[in-house]
Design a protein around this ligand. Structure first.
Ligand code: ADP
Ligand code: MG
Length: 458
């Protein structure tokens, strides 16, 4: 064993100890644009909602996005939903839940544009709204939610099922391979991706006439004209005029916000300032690599760090993700890759395997940059810096990618790999836009690197 290997090994032990002592911590996309159509497979594992004791401190701090003055009982929710919430071991609402729920549940219903940092519980806010507005005696779709990827749609459904456990809610997926041709969707609540949802409506498999709530999760992405915007608008145009439109995201860039206000007219708005966007518990680093090839070597060297908790490595291209995964696998490491070129069943198997902890390192494109919540993810690596379609540094995608760690107050680390002047400039542009320092960690001093990351997770 080389000296380096020894150091890395001892680091894993030390870090393992640290992570083990603390309460366990719990978890965007690239040439993959989000799915505009997408298969339903039974889930491998039930999500675990083990909320930590340490949360109590953060939820008592008025400056934390997890803070609230109210209890769930004070938010006017049905008893059956309260039972579901407590079965998930949520004790107090987060700030976005406390502020948004009374506005979302008011009558007559008002539209909502809600913004809150990654990992602060936006899902519960809209899922509770959907479940609250359904008349369970009417066998027609009444609540519809759209998400940018099948992975996220499936995760939202997990939350619906957990929160709605004590209600008679019937649910259906509008994602590719989930509904048989000719089958009618009469479930109360439908979660899906825009392409498939529109397809079901167009072919009259789904009758939208009784829909009361229409939710876009990751709304800025769903309305983006270069991406899913067109499909989302087509779906919206089939909804009754009176339907409540609910938009949620951690990011609403100005150009999208203007359009969002038209999509959800007269909405109640909850906004964040630019400097509030980044999550404090996520420590951000960068490593100055010598070349594209050196990035690979550094990643391999980090392997034992990557597997202390779980980690996601984001690449710009599907091919890069596959190539890295194949090389690392050939070298005896256990990693999987996930991107939009895989078939639906494979995508489901891969994310489920990662969620259950069977695989600890996932090499992915932006297809899972948004929304995915896996609390054990402690490390996110930007193997390639996120860029927009026109090649500019993509601050929003960056925020969403790193937001796969640091969920609901847990700590996390993100590491950016830069390898030339251009990528370094791109990273600094993002750093500036977000007003948060990205700290250099040497690639050649494993000891120091270990120490830095260890301190960040402390
Ligand atoms: P967001 O959509 O804002 O990024 P999520 O809705 O995915 O965040 O929630 C992040 C995590 O926080 C999830 O694991 C969820 O179960 C947990 N969570 C949400 N609300 C609460 C709460 N009130 N108490 C404890 N945990 C919560
Ligand atoms: Mg979310």
């Amino acid at each position: 064993m080389s000296g380096d290997e020894k150091t890395v090994e001892s680091l894993s032990k030390r870090l393992g100890g640290i992570l083990g002592e603390k309460e366990e911590k719990k978890l965007d996309w690239a040439d993959d644009t989000p799915d505009d159509d997408e298969a339903e497979e039974p889930r491998l594992s039930e999500p675990k909602y083990d909320v930590q004791v340490t949360l109590a401190d953060q939820q008592a701090d008025p400056n934390s996005p997890l803070f609230s003055v109210k209890s769930f009982e004070q938010l006017g929710l049905h008893e059956d939903l309260l039972k579901g919430i407590y079965a998930m071991k949520f004790t107090k609402p987060s700030k976005i839940q406390e502020r948004a729920l009374p506005l979302l549940l008011q009558n007559p219903p008002r539209n909502m544009i809600g913004q809150s940092q990654s990992g602060t519980g936006k899902t519960a806010a809209f899922v509770l709204t959907m479940l609250s507005r359904i008349d369970f005696s009417v066998q027609k779709p009444q609540a519809v939610a759209l998400a940018p990827s099948r992975e996220l749609a499936r995760q939202i459904m997990d939350v619906v099922q957990a929160m709605g456990r004590f209600t008679p809610v019937r649910t259906a997926y509008a994602i590719p391979d989930a509904i048989k041709r000719g089958e009618r969707v009469d479930a109360h609540l439908v979660v899906g991706t825009p392409g498939k949802m529109f397809d079901l409506i167009k072919t009259r498999a789904l009758d939208p006439s009784a829909v009361k709530v229409f939710v876009l999760d990751e709304a800025d992405n769903m309305l983006d004209q270069q991406g899913l915007g067109e499909q989302s608008i087509r779906v919206k145009n089939t909804m009754p005029r009176t339907c409540q439109v609910v938009l949620f995201s951690a990011t609403f860039p100005d150009n999208v916000r203007t359009f969002a206000a038209k999509f959800a007219p007269s909405a109640n708005e909850i906004r964040l300032k630019q400097e509030e966007l980044s999550v404090e518990s996520i420590r951000q680093f960068y490593m100055d690599c010598r070349s594209e090839e050196h990035k690979y070597d550094v990643l391999v060297e980090l392997y034992s760090l990557l597997t202390i908790g779980q980690s996601i490595i984001f690449c710009a291209k599907r091919d890069t993700a596959d190539r890295i995964a194949q090389r690392m696998t050939a070298e005896g490491h256990r990693v999987d890759s996930l991107h939009g070129k895989l078939d639906n069943a494979e995508r489901d198997r891969t994310i489920d395997g990662f969620r259950s902890g069977k695989c600890k390192v996932l090499i992915a494109t932006n297809v899972i940059a948004r929304g995915i919540d896996i609390q054990q993810v402690t490390l996110v690596v930007n193997y390639d810096m996120p860029l927009t379609q026109s090649g500019e540094p993509d601050t929003e995608t960056y925020l969403h990618r790193i937001g796969r760690t640091g969920r609901f107050g847990r700590r996390g680390v993100s590491i950016n790999f830069v390898h030339d002047e251009r990528s370094k400039e791109q990273m600094h542009a993002i750093e500036k836009a977000l007003h948060c320092p990205i700290v250099a960690v040497p690639t050649d001093d494993v000891e120091l690197m270990e120490q830095t990351i260890k301190d960040a997770l402390k």
